[in-house]
Design a protein around this ligand. Sequence first.
Ligand SMILES: Nc1ncnc2c1ncn2[C@@H]1O[C@H](COP(=O)(O)OP(=O)(O)OP(=O)(O)O)[C@@H](O)[C@H]1O
Ligand SMILES: [Mg+2]
Length: 265
Amino acid sequence: MSDVLELVDVSVVRDGRALVDDVSWSVKEGERWVILGPNGAGKTTLLNLASSYLYPSRGTVAILGEHLGGVGTDVFELRPRIGMAGVAMADKLPKRQTVLQTVLTAAYGMTATWHEDYEAVDEERARAFLDRLGMTEYLDRRFGTLSEGERKRTLIARAMMTDPELLLLDEPAAGLDLGGREDLVRRLGRLARDPYAPSMIMVTHHVEEIAPGFTHVLMIRQGRILAAGPMETELSSRNLSLCFGLPLVVERTGDRYTAHGLPLS
Ligand SMILES: Nc1ncnc2c1ncn2[C@@H]1O[C@H](COP(=O)(O)OP(=O)(O)OP(=O)(O)O)[C@@H](O)[C@H]1O
Ligand SMILES: [Mg+2]
């Protein structure tokens, strides 16, 4: 199986501090990873490396078989192959654009020139992705007026527009109410189980947000990997407790997880 992502001895150093500290990690085709870790652990920094927008201070990064900074690697060819949905992206998008335009612009980023022929095809694709995420009623709403959950779903549809081979999601369920979270988990689960869907890496703060179909987990603390491997073995109470620095119990019910702290004795 080929590597979707391969980090070898990667560090990201800022102001003399390693935000990501000597990390080696590989994601193979067909795997769907969840990244867990406390605030400031380096999760978003890892996603930024995987998105090709951040270069490591040390070590090597290969994305979809292309070496970052390598001879013959053109990041402008690589970037459309990667879909990214995160908070940082939401801030960059014009608030006055409609939901449909917001998703469509992802396709325009790819095509420098305007082709009338592409318009209908792209619009059809944008509508289809928005429909899959339950956003059909919001096509003409301005992006800036959306609720947190509606914005999250729009961003995921947008990330799908370039038909990416790798989809990166940074806290897609943050700020959603219980119903919104469950709805998103269901949709992500459907995506994760789809053999034609892209490889996925999702950062989350809560094991409750792990959708069925995600296969692997990476736990990071202070820039260092604490555990990385199959969900069944690595998402353990022991690893989670070490990761967050307090006694935690993780339980599996069916294909979902919950975690809680131990009562004070
Ligand atoms: N450009 C930068 N210069 C200096 N420090 C930075 C820079 N970018 C991020 N950091 C720091 O690096 C650490 C890791 O940041 P990162 O955003 O990756 O954390 P995170 O795991 O995503 O946290 P959260 O759960 O809060 O989103 C944080 O302490 C952050 O303050
Ligand atoms: Mg983050």
